[in-house]
Ligand binder design. Structure first.
Ligand code: 13P
Length: 248
């Protein structure tokens, strides 16, 4: 699976230009799930124009059904306009908008209630990695996020391992670092659920993924795809990255 995370980029005009350019070019969905996670104002426009092999995701949602939460978007609203995926717990949301592991857990439950496929983001800061505490940190994030979810739900969701120090910095985790932490996440899934769940849950890597480094990442056994920020804004580089997943 290759998912683009546009963050707070692209006006409606720019978003439409992008989707017309990639729609017919992305790999067939039998081979790669290709997703664009866009900002709320353009979601409906993108859903209406998505080709057979492209799906649209949101970047966040609120955990409540509805209410007096100015500026927020609910799972029901996303489901109602035909969005399929939603990123939950991105490190930028955790850092700038106080999203805790507990809220991430509530959001995952809410996404499933409305038939949305969550892309759960986890990942450590540089200090955590340098203190050799990455595995324990990521384990705790995953355990709290998945609290109360059954194995069928977990196999449906997507996890993205995104080390914070690799996001937007041009500094990618090495292929081995990414693979190793993702294998730790699989161990956590095995201990919480079972071997089959651990093997069948899609786990992506994210953090400065580019056309230049995607092949090496895809060659690692535990990495099922990528969540791509900056490089997903450009048609050519997004398509090149999606193709790399096709040939895995
Ligand atoms: P970059 O690919 O720009 O480093 O962003 C990664 C990311 O945060 C995707 O969610």
């Amino acid at each position: 699976m290759i998912a683009g995370n546009w963050k707070m980029f692209k006006t409606r005009d720019e978003a439409l230009q992008f989707i017309y350019a990639v729609n017919m070019e992305v790999p067939k969905k039998e081979f790669v799930d290709t997703v664009v996670c866009a900002q709320a104002p353009v979601l409906r426009d993108l859903v209406k124009r998505q080709g057979e092999n492209l799906r649209i995701g949101a970047q966040n949602m609120h955990e409540e059904v509805e209410g007096a939460f100015t500026g927020e978007v609910s799972a029901a609203m996303l489901e109602n306009i035909g969005v399929d995926y939603v990123i939950i717990g991105h490190s930028e949301r955790r850092e700038y908008y106080n999203e805790t592991d507990e809220r991430v857990n509530l959001k995952l439950h809410q996404a499933f209630r409305y038939g949305l496929t969550p892309i759960l983001c986890v990942g450590e800061a540089l200090e955590t990695r340098e203190a050799n505490e990455t595995n324990a940190f990521v384990k705790k994030q995953v355990e709290i996020a998945l609290n109360g979810l059954g194995p069928r739900q977990v196999k449906e969701l997507v996890i993205a391992y995104e080390p914070i120090w690799a996001i937007g910095t041009g500094r990618t985790a090495t292929n081995e670092q990414a693979n190793e932490t993702i294998s730790v996440i699989r161990e956590v899934l095995k201990s919480l659920y079972d071997q089959e769940t651990a093997e069948n849950t899609r786990i992506l890597y994210g953090g400065s993924v580019k056309p230049e480094n995607i092949d090496g990442l895809m060659a690692e056994p535990h990495i099922d795809g990528a969540l791509v920020g900056g490089a997903s804004l450009d048609v050519k580089s997004f398509l090149r990255i999606a193709d790399a997943a096709y040939t895995k």
